[in-house]
Design a protein around this ligand. Sequence first.
Ligand code: MCA
Ligand code: AMP
Length: 470
Amino acid sequence: MPVLLSSLLASTDEHPDAIRIDDRATSWVELRRLAGAVADDLRGVDRVAIDATASLHTVVGVVGALLAGSAVIPLPPDAGPMEREHILRDSAPGALLVPADAERREAPDGLPTIPIDLARRSDTNHPEPDPAGIALILYTSGTTGAPKGVMLSRRAITACLDGLAAAWQWTPDDLLVHGLPLFHVHGLVLGVLGPLRVGSRLHHVGQPRPQRYAAAAGSLYFGVPTIWSRIAADEPSARALRAARLLVSGSAALPATVFADLTRLTGHQIVERYGMTETLITVSATADGPRRPGAVGLPLPGVRTRVVDEQGRSMPTDGVAMGELEVCGPTLFDGYLNRPDADAAARTTDGWFRTGDVATIGPDGWHRIVGRAATDLIKSGGYRIGAGEVEDALLAHPGVREAAVVGTPHPDLGQQVTAYVVGDALDEADLIEFVARQLSTHKRPRQVRLVEALPRNALGKVQKGRLRAD
Ligand code: MCA
Ligand code: AMP
């Protein structure tokens, strides 16, 4: 039976710097005992939410829940009230984990709070939960409506991490460094549960600034393309990464220019890997294999992929034919919480997941992600943002009559959120602030264009392609 946090549970390592985050550090043994105290309090709680700040509290809370077998719902710490309320209503957690030393605050909807107390320890031996049980429920945007809860089983996470450990030759000798948020797959699953499963050390640098990556002197580094492009633009920091073993990029397409600049400055050809919240990481370049700019590598162990045309027919793997990428295998999610309709729509009758990404597969099995089938999902700084969710937030403004949101190219973030708005007596800065009061801050439009009317086709549908070309 696979044990999700196998290395953490087996570790006798008392080195005080095994995990460093938020200016605090602890050993593996201490982390297990700190989390054990949280797990003791969580007995009988099926689902628990946590404000997922980049802190040791979050790590202890999440690990405690995983020891107890409670499914964790990490809340983006900057989620606006509307987004937070939606997540809590939809996921109905039995409790909210809060730092014991935080000011006592009103628990939303009368939710009981359970303290994460870094002064408490427990050596209770919690029985290993069922591997089929749900470990995490991660909220992620679709093209329309509010975010959906992606249910990830312990088994799926284990399969993903084992695949990545093999592909990247990730071992207990590594020191992983990153500064990613802890409420998404990249920062939380790969960036925290990865070291706990593999047994490598972890240094989370808080804000992912180039100088902090450089100063951490790690062997293995994770980042989204925006982080890597900022590092490539900071020569001394980039050069400091020469001593690393492996640099890994994911969550969005890495520009070929950044790949080339990093190769020149760091001496490393960066490893690209591809995944989704719903599928975890499915395709990657390997530590001992080639790296190719603009390409994301080969399927991980147990993962199968295919590209299909609009009728769902498999297309040739000739590196030229572009189709929607479909994936299946042990890393797939268990469904969207409370949304069997959305789940059914996202899967084929033979059990493959429709990623919505357009890809080519070469004769040698190498994948290139060339775009998205639907244009209403925006990737900005590696964050996935649903155009519909931002449009709904804008439409709640009393002066807004119509709104259309698109992703437009941005040199640092890949894409930026651009909103076209029709209405009366509107102010651009006020609209950006209005969205920020409801949703996570990265969902704010960067640009607001006030227009007389939105371009529509004969059926009245907004022509977003024309807006983007504008
Ligand atoms: C931002 N700012 C704004 C606006 N937007 N100001 C006015 N109007 C706006 N619309 C402000 C910010 O508040 C900030 O101010 C300043 O501008 C800079 O913000 P930004 O450019 O966003 O940069 P940043 O804050 O440095 O963030 C860049 C980042 C971040 C670190 C790359 O986007 C990030 O952490 N991305 C990671 C996302 C991620 O983990 N995705 C993984 C999903 P101030 O400086 O005052 O605060 S999982 C996934 O994708 C799959 C599974 C996979 O494959 O991994
Ligand atoms: P999320 O659900 O936030 O995990 O975002 C998943 C999406 O990020 C995928 O559907 C892709 O569009 C995009 N993505 C992730 N990794 C890559 C990559 N290496 N290259 C291009 N796009 C990527």
